[in-house]
Design a binder for this molecule. Sequence first.
Ligand SMILES: C[S@@+](CC[C@H](N)C(=O)[O-])C[C@H]1O[C@@H](n2cnc3c(N)ncnc32)[C@H](O)[C@@H]1O
Length: 420
Amino acid sequence: MFEGRIQDLSDDGLGMLEADGRRIYVPFAYPGDVVRVKKIKRRFGRRIARDFELVEESPLRQTPRCPHFGTCGGCLWQGLRYGEQLRLKSEIFERITGLTAEIKGSPKIWGFRNVSNFIVTAEGTGLKKHGNPLGVVDLKECLIFSKRTPEYLRALRDFLEETGLKPWNLKDKTDDVHYLQVREGKFTGEVMVNLIAHVKPSKGVLEAFRDYFSFANSLYWSLKRDDRDDPRGEAELVAEEHYIRERIEDVTYLLHPNSFFQTNSYALSLLLKAVERFTDGEKVLDLYSGVGTFGVWLARRGFSVEGIEMNPFAVEMASRNAEINGVKATFRVGRAEDTQIGNYDTVIVDPPRKGLKEAADLLVESGVENLVYVSCNPRAFKLDYEKHLEKAYRIEGAVLIDMFPHTPQVEAVIELVRRR
Ligand SMILES: C[S@@+](CC[C@H](N)C(=O)[O-])C[C@H]1O[C@@H](n2cnc3c(N)ncnc32)[C@H](O)[C@@H]1O
């Protein structure tokens, strides 16, 4: 048994306890808490508390709203007051990158997520337990997603009961239905339901599916052919519209089961405005453009935009997004590291978690004056900067946007300007 006061948080948001010369990482514990750790497991070289008793509460705490707090892997920081979450996010960002940045909070901290992927298992339907890939929290509600969560989950349970389809067996990797994905256009009220299953639906099953989810503005069945725990399959439209729409101020975006969209609709306008503020000149390259989230927004504001993205379907979506907003922006399929970076005033990069890697050297070799680096992984940014970008660019400004309330994650927008 280890007892003591949590002094600090790890970069991934776990409370850190120093006791008997050992460091123990305590999920769901915060600086100022006194904890008594009862069970420990080792993971990737760290000692992680599996169970602890809260002996004294930190003044940074608030009462979590969610009944699943403490087991659900969704919200590690729901027990922290929101102002403290923001302060700690910028402190961790500064510790990793050495940069001080203003942080902008999410305009809404409940019901802000526009998508949820509920895993459907024999143990329950909901989200994975924290630190336990084989454990599932049988959700009653999800306050960061939607007030309508109980309605969505009820429809699923009734549908399974009527059809006899079996929830996925996590241990044996067998049976029928693996995920229920629901997306909500927060500013349009539209709902998309996508069931990810290992079986093709019969006529009768499809009829029941349409009936139970008749509230959906877009209804998909996705056939999944692998046994990985991810909500992806071959999406086929079952009823209503191919897309639902989300509206961020004066820009409309189409959402589809197979395309990524920024998950916090309310904080997205803050992110877009931060990118816009750091964008200079007229000609802009949106590298890693996805569905054109930044590119279309900037084109709407008069910038001349080209986008490069590896995923052909995302490129198709980006072109559609440009079209429905009546803007001219050209999106092409390509790999960032194979792109000849021509004559642009600003290049925006929003790479995957691993960062830019080889593409960073192309930027250094280009003559581009301004770089806007969007990142949800400060470590990858730091590596890209120190190993490559620093040769040609200096950091002019940075702002953090809290796209992920109640978690340790934060999105950074960093302005880089070419050295003279
Ligand atoms: C973090 S997402 C950003 C998407 C977009 N900026 C947005 O906000 O919707 C990263 C994108 O980079 C794409 N991607 C990953 N590796 C790539 C590469 N080597 N070259 C080009 N695009 C890549 C992914 O398909 C994904 O769409």
